[in-house]
Design a protein around this ligand. Structure first.
Ligand code: HAH
Length: 336
């Protein structure tokens, strides 16, 4: 417990949910340095926001850059934190060389498979026994349209079996790691069914997959609690573990591009408090299948949503404000 100015005792966030699931945060070299104590106090699970992505770990073929990932691992080890690895195979933040041959043309299937295996062996192998769960494949499913898998370089060059290969390689590299498929818009009924079918197919082929990551990039307006509940039940019916992997609650609807706000309105504060409360009541109901809830950031002083989907527009999606003080949403979770 730490005290704030008005002397209300601030419980550690992870303690509030200690009987339910782990509480985590995505961190980066900046927050890990400037908010070390704060992160240590409130979170028991850590995810690297960017520093375990392909382009950060292997910017050029064979040149691995582990410094920042290693710093996170050292902090986690020192403080007894769990680490979620994010992410091995994704269409974004992956360098172009992976998909090119030595003449600058398109690499063939075997070459890309070899590179996938080399990357996964090296990265998962390095942190074997230290990273409990890996987001092996991120965002492979389309948001809309008839086709199930997104067109990506991985999919186009290797073929539809690129996912099973990724999971097999990860399993070979660390037999004890829990392997996840991770995606956003996971509660949308149409996309939910595509994710469900994709993962079900993998299970039927005995692919080593152990969980589904629900990113939970939500907002005050979207998705509905009914859709969230239906998604949790549908995924859980596969007998897999569920992690909430990247939670934040934007104060803007996705297509709301307004840029005039300099602070949350009173109405937004109220709505965000109610939404967070409902979400966590729901997570608690399913705490037999949800074992981890991670926020995509630490506090409102830094969030990726300050640049997405509108560049340079401030957002306030987390439980702690820009001065690292608990917001109304936090207190409502504590005093439910
Ligand atoms: C996530 N994509 C990624 O998994 C994460 O690695 C990144 O740091 C931020 C968000 C979410 C996403 C989205 O909400 C909408 C469109 C594309 C991607």
């Amino acid at each position: 417990m730490t005290k704030r100015a008005d002397q209300r005792e601030i419980p550690a966030l992870f303690n509030v949910f200690e009987n339910d699931f782990l509480i985590g945060a995505a961190v980066n070299p900046m927050t890990l340095q400037s908010q070390k104590e704060f992160i240590n106090t409130h979170f028991t699970s850590l995810t690297s926001e960017n520093n375990m992505k392909f382009e950060n770990l292997q910017p050029e073929e064979g040149r691995f850059t582990f410094e920042q990932a290693d710093e996170l691992m050292a902090f986690a080890k020192q403080n007894g934190k769990t680490v979620r690895g994010h992410t091995l195979v994704w269409h974004n933040q992956t360098p172009q060389w992976v998909f090119q041959n030595k003449n600058g043309g398109r690499a063939d299937r075997q070459l890309v498979l070899d590179r996938m295996k080399e990357h996964i062996d090296t990265v998962v192998g390095r942190y074997k026994g230290q990273i409990q769960s890996w987001d092996v494949v991120n965002e492979a499913v389309t948001d809309s349209g008839a086709s199930r898998l997104r067109e990506s370089n991985w999919q186009a060059i290797i073929g539809d079996d690129f996912m099973e290969k990724a999971f097999e390689y990860a399993h070979l590299a660390d037999r004890d790691a829990e392997l996840f498929y991770n995606d956003y818009n996971e509660s949308d009924p149409e996309k939910r069914e595509k994710i469900y079918t994709t993962v079900k197919d993998l299970l039927e082929k005995d692919v080593p997959i152990h969980g589904i990551g629900l990113q939970a990039h939500w907002s005050l307006h979207h998705p509905t609690l009914d859709h969230i509940r239906a998604a949790i039940e549908r995924y859980a019916s596969l007998g897999l573990k569920l992690h909430i992997t990247e939670m934040d609650v934007s104060v803007f609807a996705f297509d709301d591009k307004r840029t005039d706000l300099t602070a949350m309105t009173a109405k937004m504060t109220q709505q965000q408090m109610e939404r967070y409360h409902q979400f966590f009541e729901c997570f608690r109901e399913y705490s037999d299948v949800i074992s981890s809830v991670t926020f995509w950031g630490v506090a409102d002083n830094y969030t990726w949503l300050d640049d997405f989907p509108v560049q340079g527009r401030k957002n306030w999606p987390l439980l702690f404000d820009q001065d690292l003080q608990p917001k109304e949403s936090f207190w409502k979770l504590v005093n439910r």
